[in-house]
Each structure stands twice: as structure tokens, then as C-alpha cells.
Design a protein around this ligand. Structure first.
Ligand SMILES: Cc1cc2nc3c(=O)[nH]c(=O)nc-3n(C[C@H](O)[C@H](O)[C@H](O)COP(=O)(O)OP(=O)(O)OC[C@H]3O[C@@H](n4cnc5c(N)ncnc54)[C@H](O)[C@@H]3O)c2cc1C
Length: 427
């Protein structure tokens, strides 16, 4: 087994983890390591395009990391804890044990998916998932794409796909126009965000933004024969039935990119025994968790966007490097980003109607092929899991867990190692 020892270990190389590392070096002399499961640093926003990042903060972070002041271990997924100050990660070269004096958890968030008839058809992607595939090289030029679900991520994804030559046919948002307008009006005290929002609106102004609207179901549409393509090679399209203010509207497209806001990745924190409250890791002003020498920053503590992750990362980094004065200077800024996050979560709260999208035959747990009808017979997550294998497949309930929590109100069960599937030889 490989071994790595650091004074400060940071799990997660996104905005929060990178800024934590950067702040932690400010004291000088500390041995800092970032471990991340992706081949490149940058997290959800920057990982595939670090070289082209326009954000000044990110550019500074990358420069510091490239200068070698911070150790980086990529393609390493932390899956278990062996003792109070040792974690295990699976890497392409087997297992590595990471020993630390202080730990900063910056594991980010993932998309929330809700099941509806047709969501398992080929051509239906997660919104951020399709964006990640395009960042990885998937060509979407001239593809008709509908981006649907809820949250500001839909706009970011539509903008990105648009910039890659896709024909974004519509953005389908379940939140009401009233909620969104109220949220937009609240941006007056964040001039930078207002400018960003205005620029985004300008770039997306040709794309219909359908509020109060959600996908009722998806079926395979009629094959589309493009010029020069024989009918055998016709492209299969999707036919989306939307519920729009109580009326049905149908849209044809090639791909559906769909996501319902974000779910925090709290598994590692929960595994270590950090206090989790209302689904988020509980932290104090210095981003300290309930465990000694364990800090948490970014989306696991609250879904608040990239600025919140950056500032929380800095606070945690300074605090872990015993530079609490510098941390304290950032409290006001962090509290402002938290207010923004709260407003965001209120504006894009899921409407009750989405609980009834799945019909009896709709698959809810995709790993184990468990249909809605089978789950509806149970009262809680644990019993449903034991009787149907829901949540016991490779994703370990990361997708169906948040969905069943929303649909049935089931509380997630305790987290056990390994938190990610691991090769037997690495266990
Ligand atoms: C799919 C998706 C796409 C998004 N796209 C955008 C966008 O285009 N624009 C935008 O403004 N916001 C986007 N967001 C929101 C964005 O993620 C946040 O605003 C911000 O990046 C959060 O930073 P973070 O550091 O908290 O988390 P992240 O950027 O998510 O970084 C966390 C990192 O930790 C790694 N990690 C997690 N668990 C482990 C583990 N056990 N072992 C090792 N590594 C681990 C993750 O792979 C990831 O690299 C997106 C979110 C998601 C889920």
C-alpha cells in the first residue's frame, strides 16, 4: 500500500478545496495535500478546462498549485477511514493511505434526479452530466437539446451547450416566475452577481425560459432524417410532454438534460462521525465540524454557489493553518454568500407535484431496476432497501436516496464503508 502523510489533508479539489489549500499555505511551511477523484483539479466547474479559466481567483489558485507549494493526488477516491487520522483512497496504482493532522472535507455536491416516465431512455442525461460529457469531448453541434428541472445550473448548462453549437430548444424550469423574479430582485445588493445574471440573460435571450413547467413524461419521438443521412441511420429523437401551468405541451428534441438542483456529498463527513443537520454538515464560524481538527467547506455545508465555496474554503484553510484572524476577516463575506444560498434554495424549492411524476412502472433505483410500485409498498428506506435492493447497487443510493427522500419522505440510513465501490483487491 502507498502512504502519504500531511499536516493538512484536503479531500476535494474543487473551488472550496483549492481555495482552502491556497489559504493554508499562507502561514508558510505547512505540508498540504489535496486528494481528488478526478484526473484534473477544478471540481465541477473548472476541472476539464483549467487552462482556460477566466475566474481570477481560480487562476491564482491554479498558479500556486502548479508552483508546487501544494501536493496534489488526482484520480484518487477516498472510500474509507482506517482510524481517527487516516483515510484510504483507491487510485489507479492500488490503495493509498492518507495520514493527516488536520482534515478539510470539500467534497462538493451532485445533481438531484427525480424519476419520471421515460427518464431512463437513451438521450436523457443529467444536466451537469451532459455538460461534463461535452467538456470531455462529446459533440453536440446542431443537436436539439431541452434543459429541464430546476435551479441556476440549468442556465449555466444551457449557456455552455449553446457555446458548443447545440440548438437549445427550451429551458424548462419548475419554479414559478414569481419566485424567480423575487430572487432576481434580491440580487441588487450583489452587483457582481447582477452583472453575471444580466450577461447570461443576454446570451440566452433567444431561448424560451418556461417557468412553472416540468416534464410529465418522455417517449421516443419520430426518427429524424437529416440531409444526406439514409433512413436506416435516422437519428432517434425524444418527445417530451410538459406540464405547463396545468396544460400539456409537447416538444421534440435529440437530448434532454435534466436535473433538480443539487444534493450535498456528505458521505465522508458522516462516515467520520461529523454531525449532520438537515442533510448538511454542521460547522461553526471557522468551518470546524463537530470533530476535533476536521473542517468542512463548500457545498457539503450548504448549497450556495461557487463564491460561497471559495470563501468557505479560505476560512477553513486559514483556520486549519492556525491563522484564525485571517479567517475571521472573511466571516461577513461568507455570511453574505450564505444569505444568497438561502434565497436560491427558497426560489428553486421543489414543488409538491413533482412527487407524483413517476407511475407504477417507472424505475426509481436504476442500479437495481426497482420500480416505483415496489417501493410504494414500504414505509421507510431501510425496509425498502432490505426487501427490494433499492440503493444497494454501484451508486450506493446516491441517486435513488435523495429521490425517495423527496417522494416518500424517507430519511437516509447510516453511512458505512466503503462509501464508493472499490475493487476487492484494494479493500
Ligand atoms: C454536475 C454539476 C455541474 C455544475 N456546473 C456548474 C457550472 O457550470 N457553473 C457553476 O457556477 N456551478 C456549477 N455547479 C455548482 C458548483 O459545483 C459549485 O458552485 C462549486 O463548484 C462547488 O465547489 P465545491 O468545491 O464545493 O465542490 P466541487 O466543485 O464539486 O468539488 C468537489 C470535488 O471533490 C471531489 N470528491 C468528492 N468526493 C470525493 C472523495 N470521496 N474522494 C476524492 N474526491 C472526492 C469531487 O469529484 C470534486 O472534484 C455544478 C454542480 C454540479 C453537481
Amino acid at each position: 500500500m502507498n502512504r502519504n502523510a500531511s499536516d493538512i489533508l484536503i479531500v476535494g479539489g474543487g473551488a472550496a478545496g483549492m481555495s482552502a489549500a491556497f489559504a493554508a499555505t499562507s502561514g508558510g511551511g505547512t505540508n498540504i495535500t489535496i486528494v481528488d477523484d478526478n484526473p484534473h483539479l477544478g471540481g465541477q466547474i473548472w476541472r476539464a478546462e483549467l487552462g482556460k479559466v477566466r475566474n481570477a481567483d481560480a487562476a491564482k489558485l491554479i498558479e500556486a498549485i502548479e508552483a508546487g507549494r501544494i501536493g496534489v493526488v488526482n484520480s484518487a477516491q477516498v472510500f474509507a477511514a482506517v482510524s481517527e487520522n487516516k483515510l484510504l483512497a483507491e487510485t489507479p496504482n492500488g490503495t493509498t493511505e492518507f495520514e493527516y493532522k488536520k482534515l478539510i472535507i470539500a467534497t462538493g455536491a451532485r445533481e438531484r434526479f427525480l424519476p419520471f416516465p421515460g427518464w431512463t431512455l437513451s438521450g436523457v442525461f443529467g444536466a451537469g452530466g451532459l455538460q461534463a460529457l461535452v467538456k470531455g469531448g462529446l459533440n453536440v453541434k446542431n443537436k436539439r437539446i431541452v434543459v429541464a428541472g430546476t435551479g441556476p445550473l440549468l442556465l449555466a448548462v444551457a449557456d455552455y451547450l449553446n457555446s458548443k453549437g447545440a440548438n437549445v430548444v427550451a429551458i424548462v424550469e419548475q419554479a414559478s416566475a414569481r419566485n424567480i423574479n423575487r430572487f432576481a430582485l434580491g440580487l441588487w445588493n450583489s452587483p457582481a452577481k447582477l452583472i453575471q445574471a444580466a450577461a447570461l440573460k443576454k446570451r440566452l435571450f433567444r431561448i424560451p425560459y418556461l417557468t412553472n413547467t416540468w416534464i410529465a413524461n418522455v417517449t421516443c419521438g419520430s426518427p429524424r432524417v437529416s440531409k444526406g443521412v439514409t433512413s436506416n441511420a435516422a437519428i432517434k429523437s425524444l418527445s417530451l410532454n410538459l406540464n405547463r401551468n396545468g396544460k400539456t405541451q409537447t416538444i421534440e428534441c435529440d437530448h434532454l438534460a435534466c436535473g433538480f438542483h443539487l444534493v450535498p456529498n456528505t458521505e465522508l463527513a458522516a462516515l467520520l462521525g461529523c454531525k449532520i443537520e438537515d442533510g448538511f454538515v454542521s460547522v461553526d464560524g471557522f468551518q470546524r465540524t463537530s470533530l476535533n481538527n476536521v473542517y468542512c467547506a463548500g457545498e457539503p455545508t450548504a448549497i450556495g454557489g461557487v463564491e460561497a465555496s471559495l470563501v468557505e474554503g479560505k476560512i477553513a484553510g486559514y483556520a486549519a493553518a492556525d491563522n484564525e484572524e485571517r479567517s475571521r476577516e472573511l466571516f461577513t463575506k461568507r455570511d453574505k454568500t450564505r444569505r444568497f444560498g438561502n434565497a436560491l434554495n427558497t426560489a428553486f424549492a421543489l414543488r409538491g407535484e413533482l412527487k407524483t411524476l413517476a407511475d407504477n412502472a417507472t424505475i426509481v433505483c436504476r442500479c437495481e431496476d426497482v420500480q416505483y410500485e415496489k417501493l410504494a409498498a414500504f414505509d421507510d428506506w431501510r425496509t425498502a432497501k432490505l426487501q427490494t435492493r433499492c440503493g444497494m447497487g454501484p451508486c450506493q443510493g446516491r441517486i435513488c436516496g435523495p429521490a425517495t427522500e423527496f417522494i416518500f419522505g424517507w430519511k437516509p440510513g447510516p453511512v458505512r464503508p466503503p462509501i464508493f465501490p472499490v475493487k476487492l483487491e484494494n479493500l
